[in-house]
Design a protein around this ligand. Structure first.
Ligand code: TYC
Length: 106
């Protein structure tokens, strides 16, 4: 290869740019599912208590689940999402409600 200003020795080769691997960990959507038995007020308490959602937003999300069948409540790392699901499921069972909470990779 001919030498030029940027390649004074005329070397040939593949230029590889090393890019440091900083892949983000996957995120998980936590969702609430509708059912016919869990009281609306209980779902609102769940959203406030475990997701730190304001009362008005909790009402809105609960109504979205009620009308559409499900809603995403938040997006978290795997471990946080799993903790939220466990907390909601435990709290619901302890109060004898069939409320379902699930997680799904984004
Ligand atoms: N559909 C329930 C009712 O009419 C209310 C409800 C809302 C239940 C959201 C679950 O995730 C849920 N009492």
């Amino acid at each position: 290869m001919a030498a030029d200003k940027t390649n004074p020795d005329g070397d040939t080769g593949v230029i590889t740019k090393t890019r440091p691997k900083t892949e983000r960990p996957p995120l998980y959507k936590v969702m609430l599912l509708n059912d016919d038995y869990t009281p609306m007020e209980f779902v609102i308490v769940v959203l406030e208590r475990f997701f730190g959602i304001s009362h008005q937003q909790a009402v809105d999300i609960m109504l979205t689940v009620h009308r559409k069948g499900l809603a995403v409540v938040g997006v978290f790392s795997y471990e946080i999402a799993e903790t939220k699901v466990t907390q909601v499921m435990d709290f619901s069972r302890r109060n004898q409600h069939p409320l379902q909470c699930t997680m799904e990779r984004e």
